[in-house]
Design a protein around this ligand. Structure first.
Ligand code: CMP
Length: 142
């Protein structure tokens, strides 16, 4: 299977729990490599652009406010079947439905504060990576 890139955000609630190492170990232990990383606080306008598809949803304001509430770790993950693999490692959006070995089961607080984001397709991954990384910030891991 071809190697590909995906985009991940370790969200403010997970950052507060001091579990960055645990989450990165779960990515690495499941065959994904870190091709880029940026520790930052997302500006409000950028969060609104990132989540534009959810603009009409009732939780949009809450989502933007949460995602801009503290530092996050932005990642480019790389490996075989990376988009699907990352979503398996994250677990279901609602942590109550996530399997026990997943990031969201272990570190999410609620459906809104669900510890991590991961792109849902290769097209989304490309759009999301372009929003947060310039091409030269992403290492070519072969
Ligand atoms: P994420 O993978 O970052 O993409 C969209 C986000 O919207 C999702 O994770 C959740 O954090 C949030 N979300 C989805 N459904 C709800 C909901 N019902 N209530 C609050 N937030 C939600």
């Amino acid at each position: 299977m071809a190697k590909e890139k995906t985009f991940s955000i370790i969200k403010p609630n997970a950052m507060k729990k001091n579990c960055l190492g645990d989450i990165i170990s779960m990515f690495e232990g499941n065959g994904l490599k870190i091709a880029a990383a940026k520790l930052t606080k997302i500006p409000k306008a950028k969060a609104e652009e990132f989540y534009a598809e959810h603009k009409a949803r009732p939780f949009f304001g809450e989502l933007v406010s949460f995602m801009t509430s503290g530092p996050v770790l932005l990642l480019c993950l790389y490996g075989e079947n990376a988009v699907v693999k990352n979503r398996e490692i994250m677990g279901a959006t609602d942590p109550k439905k996530a399997e026990p070995w997943t990031v969201r089961y272990k570190f999410a607080d609620s459906i809104g504060e669900n510890a991590v984001h991961g792109s849902d397709s290769q097209a989304s991954a490309q759009r999301e990576l372009n929003l947060f990384f310039s091409p030269e910030e992403i290492c070519n891991l072969g």
